[in-house]
Design a protein around this ligand. Structure first.
Ligand code: PTJ
Length: 245
C-alpha cells in the first residue's frame, strides 16, 4: 500500500523518480528491522518528543516522499508541538513545492512555509538545495527531517540546530550526522512522537532535560546495527529455504 501511494504521488508530481529509489531502499531496511518499531526507535522517539517540547522554534521539514506517505501525521505532530511546517526539497521546483503545500493544507495545515518565501540560504549548500524560509528552518532551533540528504543534515547541524532525523538506514549520512536518529518508518515514527508529546506534555523542563541528558545517539545507532546483525544471524541459524513439500 505504501509503495502504491508513493508511485501514485510520483505520477501526480509530488514525489520525484529518485524518491521511488529511496523508497525501495527504505523497504529493504524496514525488512531488516522487522517492519516494526523496535526499542532503539522508541528511545529516539521519546527523545524527539522531549526536544520538541523544549524547543522555542521547532520546524518540521517536508519533502515529496514524506508528504506522500504521512501528510496527515506531519500536521498532527505540528499541531501538538506548535511546530511550523516547511516544504524543503532536495530536487526543488516551484511547482512541486506548491503541490506539496496544497496536499499539506488539504490535510489540515494552516500555514506552510518554504514555497514563496524560500529566500534564505543554508550556508555551504548550493542554491536550490539550500533555500529555506527566513521564518522557518533558517531561524529554527530544532528541525525534524525525514528521508533527508546527508549534506543538508550536516549543514543544519553546523548552523547549531538540533536535527531529529527519521531514516530507516542506520548507516546513512543523515542517520550518522543527526542529533537524534529514529531508525523507523516515517509512517510509524510520526504518530509515535505525537503520542509521546501528549504523554510528556505535563513534564517540567527539568524532567525533559534529564531524559535528553541520558540520551545517547551513538548508542541508539549501535543498538540498531546490533539488532539487524542479530536478526540476520538468527535467520541464518534457522534456515531460510522454502520447503516445496
Ligand atoms: O522530495 P525531494 O526532492 O526532497 O527528494 C526526496 C528524496 C527522498 C528523493 C531525497 O531526499 C533523497 O534522495 O534521499 P536519500 O539520500 O535517498 O535518502 C533517503 C533515506 O530515507 C534512505 O536512507 C532510505 O533508506 C530512507 N527511507 C526510505 N523510505 C523511508 C525511509 N526512512 C523512513 N521511512 C521511510 N518510509
Amino acid at each position: 500500500m505504501l509503495r502504491e501511494r508513493v508511485v501514485e504521488a510520483c505520477r501526480e508530481g509530488i514525489v520525484v523518480p529518485e524518491g521511488l529509489i529511496a523508497h525501495g531502499r527504505g523497504e529493504c531496511f524496514d525488512y531488516l528491522v522487522g517492519e516494526e518499531t523496535q526499542f532503539f526507535a522508541e528511545e529516539a522517539e521519546r527523545a524527539a518528543a522531549a526536544v520538541l517540547l523544549l524547543a522555542r522554534r521547532p520546524v518540521i521539514s517536508v519533502n515529496g516522499n514524506t508528504a506522500a506517505l504521512a501528510a496527515r501525521e506531519v500536521v498532527e505532530l505540528a499541531m501538538a508541538t506548535n511546530a511550523l511546517i516547511e516544504v524543503n526539497l532536495f530536487y526543488r521546483t516551484e511547482e512541486r513545492a506548491r503541490k506539496i503545500a496544497e496536499l499539506l493544507r488539504r490535510n489540515g495545515a494552516r500555514e506552510v512555509l518554504g514555497v514563496d518565501d524560500a529566500t534564505a540560504v543554508i550556508p555551504g549548500l548550493e542554491h536550490a538545495r539550500g533555500r529555506v524560509s527566513p521564518r522557518g528552518i533558517y531561524v529554527a532551533d530544532v528541525v525534524l527531517v525525514a528521508l533527508e540528504d546527508g549534506d543538508r543534515t550536516e549543514a543544519l547541524r553546523r548552523m547549531g540546530k538540533t536535527v531529529i532525523a527519521i531514516d530507516l538506514n542506520p548507516l546513512s549520512h543523515t542517520a550518522r550526522a543527526a542529533s537524534i536518529t529514529i531508525v523507523d518508518n516515517v509512517v510509524r515514527a510520526l504518530p509515535r512522537i505525537t503520542k509521546y508529546v501528549e504523554e510528556m506534555r505535563t513534564w517540567d523542563e527539568e524532567r525533559l532535560e534529564k531524559l535528553l541528558k541520558e540520551y545517547d545517539n551513538e548508542k541508539v545507532l549501535a543498538e540498531a546495527l546490533r539488532f539487524i546483525s542479530k536478526r540476520l544471524l538468527e535467520l541464518a541459524e534457522e534456515g531460510v529455504t522454502i520447503s516445496l513439500g
